[in-house]
Write a protein that binds this ligand. Structure first.
Ligand code: NAP
Length: 274
């Protein structure tokens, strides 16, 4: 099965990508190779994850041609200064073993650097062909609007935490109104959704797991794509198998269950790596 794509006119992105946070070395390489083998065509990494080299080795080892894979990396927030954006991205390309990435994101807003400066460097990389598309991550609606205004090239996405407990209503509406994509990170609430009773019950109606219901819920929102991380072949396969059922409007509303507590828990689980 190959992931479908979500598009806003500027860019087409496979709707399900493989997240790789906390996957390093051979585990990362194996997970990426498995994902490509199973039909994934979108991989998300970052300078901060310490796994760009492993991702690159998996891409090189795979039979899937490089041009068929949508590859994202992220400039870490502390590299937001003009020269640091340029230098650190060159290093990323080198570690990944590619000439360009499909999407280059600024990982976090950096209050110490004007966003105009960061955007100028990212736009230069795009003009030089080292990044096909640009975007940001962890930006509020207001910060995202400012970054978009500062960039010559369109910012195609804001990658943020998005799952049933953190439905990001304000930012989602902004992205949909403005025709930009919202990339859902931690779409499984870092594993927090997998024992959710409501998701279990809804999933049983379709023969799907709670994880699949959470992913389906995410990508059923207009302009939203998701990048679940999984390491086992079974989980990697399961997370791509979400295109053959549809949640009703009522089920979408039931699944949406904003919970600052569970959102915080997902955050803590991620930080602790549990
Ligand atoms: P996630 O994708 O919400 O959840 C990952 C956890 O769920 C892992 O423990 C995984 O276990 C488990 N899992 C995956 N598929 C499953 C399934 N089908 N059934 C049961 N359990 C399953 O968490 P995340 O890693 O925080 O987020 C995903 C990706 O988003 C990251 O890897 C990263 O690429 C990106 N991200 C970006 C930022 C940012 O600041 N931009 C922050 C966080 C994350 P196994 O590994 O054992 O399969």
């Amino acid at each position: 099965m190959v992931s479908r794509v979500v598009s806003n006119g500027d860019v087409e992105v496979p709707t399900i990508g493989l997240g790789t946070w906390r996957l390093t070395g051979n585990r990362c390489r194996r997970a990426v190779e498995t994902a490509l083998d199973l039909g994934y065509r979108h991989v998300d990494t970052a300078q901060r994850y310490g796994n760009e080299r492993a991702v690159g080795l998996a891409l090189a080892a795979s039979d899937v041609p490089r041009e068929e894979v949508f590859l994202t990396t992220k400039v870490f927030g502390t590299n937001a200064g003009y020269d640091d954006v340029l230098d650190s991205t060159e290093e990323s390309l080198d570690r990944l073993g590619v000439d360009r990435v499909d999407l280059l994101l600024l990982h976090w807003p950096n209050p110490l650097v004007d966003v105009e400066e960061t955007m100028a460097a990212m736009n230069r990389l795009r003009e030089e062909g080292k990044a096909r598309h640009l975007g940001v991550s962890n930006f509020s609606r207001r910060q995202f609007a400012a970054a978009r205004a500062a960039s010559d090239a369109p910012l195609v996405t804001n990658q943020v935490q998005f799952h049933p407990y953190n439905p990001q209503r304000e930012l989602l509406r902004y992205c949909q109104d403005e025709g930009v994509l919202l990339t859902a990170y931690s779409p499984l609430a870092h594993g927090g959704v997998i024992h959710d009773d409501t998701l279990t019950e809804i999933g049983a109606r379709y023969g799907k797991t709670p994880a699949q219901v959470a992913l389906r819920w995410a990508i059923q929102h207009r302009n939203v794509l998701a990048i679940p991380k999984a390491s086992s072949r079974a989980h990697v396969a399961e997370n791509l198998d979400v295109f053959d059922f549809e949640l009703s409007r009522a089920e979408m509303e039931t699944v949406t269950n904003a919970s600052p507590f569970r959102t915080g828990l997902a955050w803590v689980r991620g930080r602790l790596g549990v």
